[in-house]
Design a protein around this ligand. Structure first.
Ligand code: CP
Length: 333
């Protein structure tokens, strides 16, 4: 494995092998496995879990890491090709990313969506412009429409909990005061479909996931025996559900139009996950969320602090899953 940019770049069997490696490293730690190796981490957007879990994972495998957050002690970084750099950014990614890659054995990059042009974000324009500058092993730490590290951790979390492979996985839109990117819903949708689950996307009108993402998930479901559909009927969607995966995202019907998005979401504050959402779900239906989560806005205290919530296990599994990714990328076995 040379790059970890999208779970869809791997076969289902390769994903299962990566998950088995994660379990093996969890059972039998290898504190010298990556001795002398260096991971570079470039964060163009904030993080708690991704940043800390990659640094911790690298250290637990005997390697080390450095972190660059442009504009915070380092030069601001311009990422647009052809930009006239007469603004705040003193360095362009064409030099900066290539320089960072020359210092390390593997590089991770986080670059969220611009959130203005859906076609450009779906094409991963910003991330790909940087990725093509890197010859070394490369990790997607969250791009415009992908978060493969989160997806791998989420798959492992469901395996750890014994969630049936063919169980019902409801990816539900949740309220947030601002339009958030499509990366996590897109990655979770594809992951659950590839796992072989009965995936239901529950979302209000105006928030349907782009056709390209639904089609990609349907192709994955076709390989695994799963299925993918969407609805705005909450009770029906959650009937018999094994997983309620809550996530906030921006209106796709008016992508990039902040005023239209705000007008749409203003009447959707009721999409805050509460205990009564689980009335028709399986008795052991779990609440998943990638975090960070706005309490009592996207998910209520009563759910996050209740027995259904597995958000802490998901966050812990960022460490175990990513250690497997680092091991595979840097040891090559
Ligand atoms: N879920 C996730 O990626 O968390 P961070 O944004 O804190 O890294």
């Amino acid at each position: 494995m040379k790059r970890f940019l999208d779970l869809a770049d791997l076969t289902r069997e390769e994903v299962l092998a990566l998950l088995e490696l994660a379990r093996r490293l969890e059972r039998a730690p290898q504190p010298q496995a990556l001795s002398g190796k260096i991971l570079g981490l470039l964060f163009l957007n904030p993080s708690l879990r991704t940043l800390a879990s990659f640094q911790a994972g690298m250290a637990r495998l005997g390697g080390s890491s450095f972190v660059i957050t442009p504009g915070q002690g380092t030069w601001q970084l311009e990422t647009k090709p052809g930009a006239v750099m007469d603004g705040a950014a003193a360095e362009h990614a064409r030099e900066g990313v290539a320089v960072l890659a020359s210092y390390c054995d593997a590089l991770g990059i986080r670059a969220f969506a611009d959130g203005k042009d859906l076609a450009a974000d779906l094409a991963e324009t910003r991330f790909n412009a940087m990725a093509e500058l890197v010859e070394k092993p490369l990790i997607n730490l969250e791009s415009a429409i992908n978060h493969p590290c989160q997806a791998l951790a989420d798959w492992k979390t469901m395996d750890d909990l014994g969630v049936p492979r063919g169980g019902r996985f409801v990816l539900s839109w949740a309220y947030h005061p601002r339009p958030l990117p499509l990366a996590v819903p897109a990655a979770a949708l594809h992951m659950a479909a590839l796992r072989g689950m009965e995936v239901v996307v529950l979302r209000p009108e105006g928030f349907a996931l782009p056709m390209a993402l639904m089609d990609k998930a349907r192709r994955a479901a076709g390989l695994s025996g799963g299925s993918v559909r969407e609805t705005d009927e909450r009770d029906e969607a959650l009937s018999g559900a094994h997983i309620l995966y809550a996530k906030e995202w921006g209106a796709t019907s008016c992508y990039g139009d902040a005023a239209a998005d705000a007008a749409l979401r203003a009447r959707l504050t009721g999409w805050c996950v509460r205990n009564d959402w689980f009335g028709r779900a399986a008795g052991d239906c779990r609440l998943m969320h990638c975090l960070p989560v706005r309490r009592n806005v996207a998910v209520a205290d009563e759910v996050l602090d209740g027995a259904r919530s597995v958000v802490q296990l998901q966050a812990y599994n960022r460490l175990t899953a990513q250690m497997a990714v680092l091991y595979r990328l840097l040891k090559g076995i």
